[in-house]
Design a protein around this ligand. Sequence first.
Ligand code: HEC
Length: 136
Amino acid sequence: MKMISKLTLALALCLAAPAMADEPGPGGSKPPVPVTGQQVYQMVCQTCHMADGKGAVGAGSFPSLASNPKMKMAAYPIVMVTKGRGGMPWFSDMLTPEQTAAVITYVRTNFGNAYPEPVTADDVKRLSPPPAKPGH
Ligand code: HEC
């Protein structure tokens, strides 16, 4: 008799366990301000250049950043991101030099690119002129 009641208790505990584990945990809260290069990339760049960096051709043509030898000279992506070109918007008024440096370092060390020297905020400031005036 004792054995059975112990078993019943164990069973009851087992069944109760999932309910107890059902408490709300920390949900998918995202930092409002992107900090790491990966966060900046995911929030700003991947819309056009895609999650894998390979770009896309559709309504527009977005070049691949993956295995792209143009990433070797850090100045090239810095000028692209701060000044823009054609369908590529400029971000000098949206991203801080720190965020710009972080995202470029991220792109240069991911997606098949292996240019490990980090880009610094000073590099960005040196190459980034004041935002272009619209409507010229
Ligand atoms: C609104 C879409 C869009 C967004 C957002 C965007 N890009 Fe671009 N990007 C483009 C287009 C279009 C080009 C091609 C521009 C041209 O050559 O005329 C380009 C070109 C580039 C190039 C040059 C590639 C090459 O091979 O010449 C780099 C580097 C680049 N983008 C990086 C970035 C980074 C980093 C971000 C995020 C901070 C970003 N882009 C966000 C559309 C976008």
